[in-house]
Design a protein around this ligand. Structure first.
Ligand code: UDP
Ligand code: MG
Length: 309
């Protein structure tokens, strides 16, 4: 059996050496062969240089060097597109997902004949309360809104077999929300509980802006419910408007006097309707923007060069 290890790296000079050592020491005691695919996602630090040194001494180290920073999901996609293993493991380069649990995950996969074994974080060390809180809300909201059921508290740390890799590689959408897509595929998927550690060194490469973009892709690619919400809002506001019209008529007929002193209510109504319209147009715009992205049909990533492939 050949195991492909897929490691996306973006400015990880502080951890990459240690990541390599930890991965190596795990696989040295195992019987199978493996390839370590590092994707350099347009790092601006010494990540690439360090990887090149490793790849010269060790032919199991393969590098996909991107032409610029394309993002974590694109890096993982490139790894899955280029791996030749029977099983692939997707793992972050910052050692938050401990490589030492991989043999146990493999065992689970074999004994249960599973197609996917996904890591579920029991605990998350060294993460801000803001990240934990927003992540919790996001995964639960996404589950409510989406037609597919996603396991909560799951990252991309997972094992997938060749069947799943091939299916994944045949997907044509460009903005990939990988953990969602793999759940959506079905097959036999099993959770594996582990404790997520703090980053070994360096800072998070997922600032709020990237996190928001990621969440948007998850939401808008996996759910059409926001469109329903927009429609309901429009319906509700029209109803409200009609009721208000009726109220004005009644006031006029019975001269209740509300029609002259109606400045405040008019402004309130205008603001309310304006808000509903902007929100609705915004939601529509999001979907159209996604269609636009997909229609352009640009590649998800551009590889500058490959090493040891
Ligand atoms: N990463 C990447 N491209 C990016 C951002 C992140 O390849 O644009 C990699 C990063 O090197 C790491 C993984 O994706 O291996 C997860 O990133 P990070 O640990 O910064 O995210 P967090 O764990 O804080 O959510
Ligand atoms: Mg991390």
């Amino acid at each position: 059996m050949l195991l492909s290890v897929i490691v996306p790296c973006y400015n990880e000079e502080a951890v990459i050496g240690e990541t390599y050592r930890r991965l190596k020491s795990v696989f040295e005691i195992e019987q199978f062969s493996y390839e370590l695919i590092f994707i350099n996602d347009g790092s601006t630090d010494k990540t690439l240089a360090l990887l090149k040194v490793l790849s010269e001494e060790d032919k199991t180290v393969k590098i996909l060097n991107f032409s610029r920073n394309f993002g974590h999901q694109c890096a993982v996609t490139a790894g899955l597109n280029h791996c030749i293993g029977d099983i692939a493991v997707i793992i972050d380069s910052d050692l938050q997902d401990p490589p030492e649990v991989i043999p146990n995950m493999l065992n689970l996969m074999h004994t249960e004949q599973a197609d996917v074994v996904y890591g579920v974080r029991k605990k998350r060390e060294g993460e801000s309360w803001f990240k934990l809180f927003t992540a919790k809300i996001f995964y639960r909201l996404l589950n409510k809104l989406s037609d597919v059921k996603f396991p909560v508290d799951t990252g991309d740390f997972r094992l997938v077999n060749r069947k799943v890799i091939n299916q994944f590689n045949s997907l044509e959408e460009k903005n990939k929300y990988i953990r969602g897509l793999i759940s959506w595929m079905g097959f036999k998927q099993l959770p594996f509980y582990y404790e997520r550690e703090a980053r070994f060194a360096g800072e998070t490469k997922y600032p709020l802006k990237k996190m928001l973009k990621f969440a948007m892709i998850g939401l808008f690619y996996f759910s059409k419910k926001p469109l329903n919400i927009a429609t309901s809002l429009g319906f509700f506001s029209v109803l409200l408007g009609l009721l208000y019209l009726l109220w004005i008529f009644i006031s006029l007929i019975f001269s209740l006097g509300h029609t002259v002193s109606g400045w405040t209510s008019t402004v309130v109504i205008i603001v309310f309707f304006g808000g509903v319209q902007l929100l609705t147009i915004g939601i529509l715009g999001k979907y159209i923007g996604n269609l636009f992205d997909e229609a352009k049909n640009r590649p998800e990533y551009i590889i500058d060069n490959k090493v040891n492939f």
